[in-house]
Design a protein around this ligand. Sequence first.
Ligand code: ATP
Length: 269
Amino acid sequence: SRVRVMELELSPSQTFGEIGGLTDQIEEVREAVEYPLTRPEVFKRLGVEPPKGILLYGPPGTGKTLIAKAIAHNANATFIRMSGSELVHKFIGEGAQLVRELFQLAREKAPSIVFIDEIDAVGSTRTHDGTSGSAEVQRTLMQLLAEMDGFDNRGEIRIMAATNRPDMLDPALLRPGRFDRLIEIPFPDKTSRQDILKIHSKNLSLKDVDLNVIAEMTEGATGAELEAICREAGMIAVRQNADYVVMENFQSAVEKVRHKKAEPDTRMY
Ligand code: ATP
């Protein structure tokens, strides 16, 4: 079914308060995506063209999807997510048609935020095995470019995409009038890691837990991993039938979660 490849959410509940760090990046995305929807008259009055497509790039699990959802929340817009890799790998022969349907849906549900995750699967100069993209993937990409060229950037549809592999993207996608605003979403620094840990442990009954120390220990961890650490620390305390989640639980959780990460990763980040 097509339900999986396209995920639709009316005004998601995600807020910026639930995103740790990324303050500058969030402001940049709001200016490019949210304000054209919520304050179109300002852009019109000043004769400013909003950017057409915004590409968020950086390691997996660092908050790209969270930002797109929070923008949709703030703009009271429909969030429509499509996975580039599912589009290419699970819906062979239907890619171009699905892209058409995606934009049709975005028009019907406007104002809307279209979020294409793993866009490199559709718009890659090379495939992961080093061969050139198939004719089918090419057709899907052509359809995406045609849809982007055809819509008005002052309209009620904003388009965002995400990738872990910006180096692999077909330059055709990055031309002016397409994904012409690139924003890096990096690994969180120590202060951001502490922020993220605080967000994901806010419901835990903590006792003498210094999140600053945990942030110190988790250099190179992504937001997704920090969330997993909080969840795991809580589960360890549950197993011990403890009254509180304590520092030692976090230390064990860090070891467990970060150990998994040490396994080989074929991606760039
Ligand atoms: P992918 O490229 O794998 O899709 P992504 O960058 O879109 O990754 P998200 O889906 O936004 O990653 O993040 C995954 C989960 O990790 C989120 O649901 C959230 O719980 C947690 N997370 C990631 N980054 C942050 C952050 N900056 N603040 C709070 N939580 C975060």
